[in-house]
Write a protein that binds this ligand. Structure first.
Ligand code: CUA
Length: 322
């Protein structure tokens, strides 16, 4: 599986993933502060409990507790100190939260679409890719995200950012990457069978490489074979999440040998997988469901693929004919 090398490539230590955004250090400091404060209070409370349990153990039948009416100084201390600590934790977190919520005005705007089970990325020049988010280092990036089906959650541990991605609504998330490298994108919300396959990569690169990547993302090349271009669209549009091109089984039918094969549909009719059928299956996936598969599982690509990309995909499927 092609995601395993990226899994192994992730750095970081036993305790935390590597820090690769401007938020990471603050988030880790707050986490560390709360954690070690908890450890301190745990030891104080458990230590005092143990000490008192031993010291004031009932020694005999005539052992009586001495009457205690309270100690105001002690009570003010044990209410006041934790209250001050809570205010400190709140203020620190609130400040960090607001910084994470309000993106700088000059941020690069990138669109993200969650779908079962991949991440679609749309760049400012209209180029699209799948499961691969390329960003320049040292520049703020703002993601505007939505979902075509169910609730997903966009999570980049190395950046310490996570945001739910919902259908019929836009959510946003911003970050500024500080280190060149590859980092995981996880889906952090159970969204169906292949939730765990919903893994992408953020590639943090130099400004020059970012621009070169954007230029390359456009449509098919002038002299490019249409089927070769379709092979790229196959990966970039996220088709690989559910379809294979080598006959191996995935959620949906493999594309190997699909071209002009006979299709049996759940409504009892049959058809041939020609260009018209493939076009309909991509743009209106619920029009005819192949026997053995469920309706409402594949997202529509209407509005997401250009005509050229659609033709390239069909040419690619044709090149995989038996
Ligand atoms: Cu998408 Cu889990």
């Amino acid at each position: 599986m092609n995601y395993i090398p990226t899994l192994l490539a992730v750095g970081g230590g036993f305790w935390m993933p590597e820090r690769a955004s401007t938020f990471a250090q603050t988030t880790d400091r707050i986490f560390g502060f709360v954690l070690w404060l908890d450890v301190l209070f745990f030891l104080l409370v458990m230590g005092a409990t143990t000490y008192f349990a031993v010291k004031y153990k009932r020694r005999g039948a005539d052992d009586r507790t001495s009457p205690i009416r309270g100690n105001h100084r002690l009570e003010i201390l044990w209410a006041g100190i934790p209250a001050i600590l809570l205010v400190v934790i709140f203020a620190w977190n609130f400040d960090a939260y607001m910084r994470q919520k309000i993106a700088p005005a000059n941020a690069i705007e990138i669109g993200v679409v969650g779908q079962k089970w991949s991440w679609g990325i749309t760049y400012p020049n209209g180029g699209t890719d799948s499961n691969r988010l390329v960003v320049p280092v040292g520049e703020p990036v703002r993601l505007t995200m939505t979902s075509t089906d169910v609730l997903h959650s966009f999570y980049v541990p190395a950046f310490r950012v996570k945001q739910d991605v919902l259908p019929n609504r836009y959510t946003t998330l911003w970050f500024e990457a500080t280190e060149v490298g590859n980092y995981h994108i996880f889906c952090a919300e159970y969204c169906g069978d292949n939730h765990s396959y919903m893994i992408g990569t953020v590639e943090v690169v130099s400004r020059e490489r970012y621009e070169a990547y954007l230029a390359e993302l456009g449509g098919c090349g002038e002299d490019e074979d249409l089927a070769d271009c379709g092979a790229r669209v196959f990966v970039r549009a996220g088709c690989t999440a559910c379809h294979s091109d080598d006959g191996s089984p995935r959620v949906w039918p493999t594309w190997l040998g699909l071209w002009e094969s006979e299709r049996q549909f759940t409504d009892g009719t049959t058809g041939t997988a020609d260009a018209d059928y493939l076009r309909e299956a991509i743009m209106d996936p619920n029009a005819s469901i192949v026997t053995g598969f469920m309706a409402n599982q594949m997202p529509t690509y209407a509005g997401r693929l250009e005509e050229e990309q659609l033709q390239a995909l069909i040419a690619f499927i044709q090149s995989l004919a038996n």
